[in-house]
Design a protein around this ligand. Structure first.
Ligand SMILES: Cc1cc2nc3c(=O)[nH]c(=O)nc-3n(C[C@H](O)[C@H](O)[C@H](O)COP(=O)(O)O)c2cc1C
Length: 446
């Protein structure tokens, strides 16, 4: 059976991880609030006021849930995604595409799709679970893009300067695309990975699904056959005001002129489910952050051999702050690891480097390492005026630059490791005495 959103929801349900909301909910603040309260759980709104289709959110909100969906463990998740990027696989072609069950031409999107007004203070309705499929060479580019309802069949699409942006620039602002919404989490992770322009994310998705991905041809676009909703449209070259949108940081992103997408046809499955993502919520963070971790891991591993783990932390919006755990083998490894992490993910603003006895996902343990292993006059490095994230409201508004910082919270090199380890009740007798007997080692070299 081809894994799709429905098989994933059935698994969540069997494991007691699916919350069903049976009372009618309007696609506005009430729905957004419920998704925010659910944190990293999946919520299915069975009755949405004014629409016949149910709405689901939170399918990728939990690291553990994603790992389960990809048939791995939370600890192995980063390696599973890295392996799929390294060895993409072909998908299977099919003529039997459930998404073709219903077609609406020149759709009035706001009437057919329960597009959510998440933050009524902003008065904008957004599709957020939408993956753009664009043709590139003999493959395709997949990327998530939020889409603001302009009215009728028109959407303003936020396109940051990455691959879709380059494809649009090549076509003078015009491009034909397909859009898929409501697919298996593996495909959503694949759409969120950042690789070289030649990386075909559909094939990364096929690798994450171990080859069990079926795609159907739609006017030359390979489209996941079991997507709940598919839009077929074109960027016309026109621009429109897009925003304000509450982004990853939970703060309102500004209004920008962005490309307009005109939707000529809308396809949906029989009994379709509309998939949404709460902007600034746990799921938005997980989907943005998790696919970046393999790249950071890979590049830090080039600089420092013993990398134990990488976390883009939720407190740092799973985008701006990272923790890298290493086993330092030479003086300066901590700093090199920090520099490599900043280079690997250009949006990164702060990186804390810890030893491999610290779980990078455990915020309290990381703070403990900072408190007990780090002296800011020695271990804090600030890099001014670097290119950062457009999402950071504290960046320089004119140059869009930001300062970056590295905090090396690894055990000072040359000092006995034991002096810095937590003493446990079940430690063997004599350990503390042995520790006291050691001569004081030299300070970490500058
Ligand atoms: C939920 C979610 C929403 C996103 N929204 C946007 C967006 O509106 N505009 C954008 O340019 N990138 C957005 N992104 C980021 C891109 O989809 C992501 O960086 C992707 O890897 C870019 O693909 P590319 O490397 O092929 O260019 C979003 C990512 C996620 C996970």
């Amino acid at each position: 059976m081809t894994p799709d959103l429905r098989t994933h929801l059935a698994t969540c349900d069997r494991n007691g991880l699916l919350e069903r909301v049976t009372r009618p909910v309007s696609p506005g603040a009430a729905l957004a609030r419920r998704l925010a309260e659910a944190g990293d759980r999946t919520v299915l709104f069975e009755r949405v006021v004014g629409y016949r289709t149910p709405v689901v959110g939170g399918i990728c909100a939990s690291r553990a849930g994603l790992a389960r969906a990809l048939d791995t463990t939370p600890e192995r998740l980063v390696h599973a995604v890295a392996a799929a990027i390294d060895a993409p696989r072909p998908w299977r072609s099919t003529r039997d595409a459930p998404f073709r069950a219903h077609v609406v031409r020149n759709p009035d999107l706001g009437r057919v799709v329960p597009v959510v007004e998440f933050y009524p203070s902003q008065r904008r309705r957004y599709l957020t679970g939408t993956i753009v499929i664009a043709r590139r060479g003999d493959g395709v580019n997949l990327s998530f893009h939020r889409m603001m309802l302009l009215g009728g069949n028109r959407l303003a699409v936020r396109v940051t300067p990455r691959h879709l942006h380059a494809l649009l620039a090549e076509g003078g602002g015009r491009a034909e695309v397909a859009v898929a919404c409501g697919v298996h989490p593996a495909l959503e992770i694949a759409a969120s990975v950042s690789g070289p322009p030649s990386l075909d994310e559909l094939r990364v998705g096929a690798a994450l699904l171990r080859g069990r991905l079926e795609c159907a041809d739609l006017d030359g676009f390979p489209v996941p056959a079991h997507a709940e909703l598919v839009l077929r449209g074109r960027f016309t070259g026109a621009l429109a005001d897009e925003g304000p949108f509450v982004d990853l940081t939970g703060t309102a992103d500004g209004v920008r002129r962005q490309p307009v997408l005109v939707v000529d046809r809308l396809y949906h499955r029989a009994g379709w489910i509309y998939r949404t993502i709460l902007p600034g919520g746990a799921e938005h963070k997980a989907l943005m952050g998790i696919p970046q971790e393999p790249r950071i891991l890979r590049i830090v591993a080039n600089a420092v051999p013993g990398v134990a783990g990488v976390a883009l932390t939720p407190g740092g919006c799973s985008w701006l702050h990272a923790v890298v755990a290493i086993r330092a083998r030479a003086a300066g490894d901590g700093r090199n690891a920090g520099l490599a992490a900043l280079a690997a993910h250009p949006s990164l603003k702060r990186v804390v480097v810890v030893d491999d006895d610290i779980d990078p996902f455990d915020a309290e343990a990381v703070e403990w390492a900072i408190a007990t292993r780090c002296q800011p006059d020695r271990d804090l490095f600030v890099i001014p005026d670097a290119r950062g994230s457009s999402l950071d409201p504290s960046r320089d508004p004119e140059t869009e630059t930001t300062a970056k910082w590295i905090l090396d919270a690894t055990i000072p090199f040359g000092r006995p490791r034991e002096e810095f380890l937590r003493v446990r009740p079940d430690d063997p007798p004599g350990k503390a005495a042995r520790r006291r007997a050691r001569p004081r080692p030299a300070r970490r070299p500058r």
